[in-house]
Design a protein around this ligand. Structure first.
Ligand SMILES: NC(=O)c1ccc[n+]([C@@H]2O[C@H](COP(=O)([O-])OP(=O)(O)OC[C@H]3O[C@@H](n4cnc5c(N)ncnc54)[C@H](OP(=O)(O)O)[C@@H]3O)[C@@H](O)[C@H]2O)c1
Length: 199
């Protein structure tokens, strides 16, 4: 398969890329240092990415920046970070990518545990995660040409503990390898409209 991985230089995206690399052709995308440069907060940038990429069998979004901070400090302006990136950015990757995915291909997006198991500072990210989950479930019944769509909701990753564990007290981290298996289920399996939790 030819697989476009947006966020392939990141913690989750890197693990997903390693998982698929031996059996597939990978095209990596991110703002810096990947095969293709893209900023998913920009519609023009997503369009330009697909023009360069052409047709693929699977699109994976392992990215989506979100604002993290206490609710009293959440403003309409910083909430936009989550909307423009994790929520609308990932949805626009699907909307603008429909004609770039082969018949019976797939999209896989990324959500996260904060929408089911809230943490202080996580409301904005949880909003985006919930929106993606609902979009995936609903869009799945209308996807053309047998194209499937799923999302993956990881717990805190073992590989990210140093960065984030103080915000996730008592969360038992999961390995990036386990998270990559959920992406594999989405891309190589037959299910659609699912949000795979890796908790
Ligand atoms: N790590 C965890 O424990 C964890 C747990 C649950 C959910 N998640 C979610 O999983 C996603 C990825 O997390 P991660 O920890 O793997 O992040 P990460 O290590 O920071 O990697 C993010 C990746 O996305 C790219 N990226 C960032 N903003 C982008 C944009 N606007 N357009 C295109 N590419 C962009 C980055 O490269 P550039 O900076 O070069 O663009 C990088 O490749 C996030 O949505 C996060 O909320 C993570």
């Amino acid at each position: 398969m030819k697989i476009l991985i947006i966020g392939a230089t990141g913690t989750i995206g890197g693990s997903v890329a390693r998982e698929f690399a031996s059996r597939n052709e990978i095209i990596s995308a991110s703002r810096n240092g990947a095969d293709i440069q893209v900023d998913i907060s920009s519609v023009d940038s997503i369009r330009a990415m697909y023009e360069k990429v052409g047709l693929v069998d699977a699109v994976i979004s392992a990215t989506g920046g979100a604002y993290f901070g206490p609710l009293p400090e959440l403003t309409p302006e910083n909430n936009e970070i989550s909307i423009q990136n994790k929520l609308k950015g990932q949805i626009n990757v699907v909307l603008l990518g429909l004609n770039h995915v082969n018949d019976r291909g797939s999209f896989t997006l990324t959500t996260g545990i904060m929408m089911d198991d809230p943490v202080v500072g996580g409301a904005s990210g949880a909003m985006a995660n919930g929106g993606i989950t609902a979009f995936v479930k609903s869009a799945a019944i209308e996807m053309p040409r047998g194209i499937r769509i799923n999302s993956v909701s990881p717990n805190l990753l073992v590989e990210s503990v140093e960065k984030y564990s103080k915000f996730f007290p008592g969360f038992e981290p999961v390995s990036a390898y386990r998270v990559a298996q959920a992406f594999r289920k989405s891309v190589e399996g037959a299910q659609t409209g699912q949000n795979y939790t890796v908790y």
